[in-house]
Ligand binder design. Sequence first.
Ligand code: LLP
Length: 423
Amino acid sequence: MDDFRYENGTLKAEGVDLEELARAHGTPLYVYSAATLLDHYRKVRDAFAPLGGWVAYSLKACSNLSILRLLAREGAGFDVVSGGELVRVREAGGSPARTVFAGVGKTDDELELALALGVHHLNVESREELERLDKLAGIHGLVARAALRINPDVDPKTHRYITTGKKENKFGVDLATAREIFAERSCFAHVDLKGVHMHIGSQLTEVAPFKEAVERVVAFADDQRRAGVDLSWLNLGGGFGIWYSDRAARPVLEFAQAAAPFLEGKRYEVIVEPGRFVAGNAGVLLARVIDVKRTAGRRFVIVDAGMTELIRPSLYKSYHRVWPVRSSEDPRALGESEKPGLELADVVGPICESTDFLALDRSLPEVARGDLLCIFSAGAYGFSMSSNYNTRPRPPEVLVEGERARVIRRRETVEDLLGPERV
Ligand code: LLP
């Protein structure tokens, strides 16, 4: 559930009318609901708390400082994948001691920053990275806390571009290599290798692949303990799916319950790294219709947002619900097949690429130039994957809290884009 609702013919974020927000701040515009962000964060926290778990919110989904501040105040930890993201956590008042650092290609500078700030642990992806980390920690007279990322070779049944835990993916090491690395852990005197990490993919709608991966990874960890390794942390990654077009994704509690039998009584410190689950349905993108044109029997609704603001449809053919902000019907109450009499349309952006679409072959009511459309479920991997292609300044972000709305990132200007090139 989320806090975007149709009331008296208009869409609101909590208590704020989205048409009024769009008039005040222009379009395209990202709008987030603080209540939804917190509610979704609490759902994961509460699901995993009985397993000794805590949440490291995955910044890559949506990394605006005000949103990080909101989550940090609520006690969230963070999952970062770059030095830049780590700087964001620090700026937002997040605790490095509750921050985990992942990523398949961390540079020496990034490893040194993580060491200097004292992150909870680094998720190490290879023996080579472990050697580098050991050397750098030694130079600085520190001991690095680390978990080894295991690739459990499980099919997460999601889009192949966001599958990360199959053996052909670049992430982590296989179980046999992991065993060797733990056996040789004394060679890495400056690394405290006390955890294992997994993340099999994103937008997991089924629980079974997660359960299978947890079973494999916990069996591995238990074995290591029996062999004398002081194994403390199990980082189970993120990936919990959300509702985009339908109600297919299972509640996060079911993921926690599936993991529970393997973990109970073992006193592991469990970390989960959700991004999309927290932010996905907490944000929408608003776009205004520039023109509607009909050609070759198709209706094209051309709006002022496109792949520069939301690349997911172009990149993964992702489905995002699109519907007018002024409407007497909530599209989420209607299935795709329950919109008889509506004409199909492609909702496309202004970018010079044929893949610049937000929605294809959608049943949409009549819309005209100037109408405001809402692109739902855009809070995760929306703004954070936006670009300046075609020299398009990125849109502002607004955070709604009850009746209040405030700009948490101003609209970029063309001047912002040209500045770094005036060299
Ligand atoms: N932990 C690790 C190690 C990850 O690689 C990721 C996401 C997460 C946690 C958070 O996953 P989440 O809970 O958000 O599913 N741009 C794609 C998603 C890429 C996900 C990359 N890794 C999309 O728009 O669908």
